[in-house]
Design a binder for this molecule. Structure first.
Ligand code: DI6
Ligand code: FE
Length: 395
């Protein structure tokens, strides 16, 4: 297949956006064979598609989601807006524990079925790869069920799924006050079981006062290292506990949230080659005011990714285009940085070398947009200009 008459944001090379005007892309068996100016295009052996000047980007990548989970927390949203305090919501059985309860009560099939409409919303925006975490089971069986449901998405929809084991997300009620026992008796055995079943592409944790200490996360990371699984971490979301430095010491794929990270943390990520994943949906929903250190990331060449953090508590969001817009408006990313944050840098955050750019040899995961310039993607608020999505050899 030869796509012609396209404006191509390759995210490759030195030009802004890697932009090629009047370009063509040749695709064979789900792989990009060639991309460049139309005048140099190889002869079309097969079908030619005239894109009439439309923009082509790499398929978008949502590199941080909790998209598989039971229930929702609209009732808490309502309670808080009617004046209930965080404690009152928690005493009424709310918070992360309520999602754990709903997730444990759901069958594996239900976990898949309820995730699919959220997945479909992302696919409709040209998303071709999604990271999905466990972390609402917090017992061995339910953590594994969440990961199997995540894997099953790949069979139900034309999208690539990367799983992350997030057993160290919260301490479940039955281990209240005993986080170390939870890690020994549930989290580490669940991680071993997930690895044995081929269900964990990465290991994640929540390093925070309300979750786990750097020392406790370190024990989970040591097991990940022993099993040969890459790590990433929810770090410096609500305070600075040193999670980013810990993640960097383990050569993490990414450190995520990072609002409270500082310049030394940015330096550590630069040394380890980790990606800083910004999550403006949670920033917005929590009405956070502390900005991630974007200038320090820039100065030190730390790649920045942006994701939805789709979760029922702090980011019930299923639009990556909106996340791009929020990253520009809240965090002052440029539209070019925003597009890189959901393509080339998001691929890096997932350890995927075969997607995220438009270049020969990479997968033909592409999004075709009814826009003239790539800045329009981050510019609009709540508008989806997708024309067509191409997913490998499944158009
Ligand atoms: N950080 C968050 O903001 C969410 N998880 C995390 O590690 C909160 C998840 C929830 O409230 O359900
Ligand atoms: Fe998260």
């Amino acid at each position: 297949m030869l796509l012609t008459n396209a404006t191509i944001a390759t995210l490759d090379g030195d030009a802004p956006y890697g932009l090629i005007r009047g370009g063509a892309i040749s695709v064979e068996s789900g792989t990009i064979q060639w991309a460049g100016p139309m005048a140099d295009a190889p002869g079309a052996g097969g079908e030619t598609v005239d894109l009439e000047g439309r923009l082509v980007t790499p398929g978008l990548i949502d590199c941080h989601t909790h998209i598989v989970h039971g229930g929702n927390r609209a009732n808490e949203f309502e309670m808080r807006l009617e004046g209930a305090s965080y404690e009152e919501v928690a005493r009424a059985g709310g918070g992360i524990v309520s999602t754990v309860r709903a997730t444990r009560a759901a069958s594996e099939e239900e976990l898949l079925i309820t995730a699919l409409p959220r997945v479909d919303a992302l696919i409709a925006e040209g998303v071709t790869a999604i990271e999905v975490k466990s972390g609402y089971g917090l017992d061995i069986d339910t953590e594994l069920a969440m990961l199997r449901a995540a894997r099953a998405i790949e069979k139900a929809r034309p999208v690539r799924i990367r799983t992350s084991f997030l057993g160290a997300h919260a301490v479940p009620p039955e281990y209240s006050g005993r986080p170390d026992a939870y890690i020994d008796e549930i989290c580490l055995p669940a991680l071993e079981a997930a690895h044995a079943a081929g269900l964990a592409d990465a290991v994640d944790g929540f390093c925070e006062g309300i979750a786990f200490s750097p020392k406790q996360i370190g024990r989970v990371f040591a097991k990940a290292k022993e099993l040969g699984i890459p790590v990433k971490l929810h770090a410096e979301q609500l305070s600075n506990l040193g999670g980013t430095q810990l993640a960097a010491r383990y050569g993490a794929l990414s450190a995520d949230h990072v609002e409270y990270a500082d310049d030394a943390d940015a330096a550590a990520l630069a040394r380890s080659g980790s990606v800083a994943v910004l999550l403006p949906g949670a920033f917005y929903a929590l009405r956070e005011t502390k900005m991630p250190p974007v200038d320090a990331f820039r100065r030190r060449n730390v790649p920045m990714a942006v994701a939805t953090d789709c979760n029922p508590g702090t980011s019930p969001m299923t639009s990556l285009l909106l996340a791009m817009n929020m990253a520009c408006t809240f965090f002052r990313l440029t539209p070019e940085e925003a597009l890189a944050s959901v393509t080339v840098n998001a691929a890096k955050a997932l350890g995927l070398a075969d997607t995220g750019r438009i270049a020969p040899g990479l997968r033909a995961d592409l999004a075709v947009w009814n826009v003239e310039h790539p800045a329009e993607l981050a510019y609009r608020i709540g508008f989806n200009p997708l024309h067509q999505r191409i997913f490998g050899d499944a158009a």
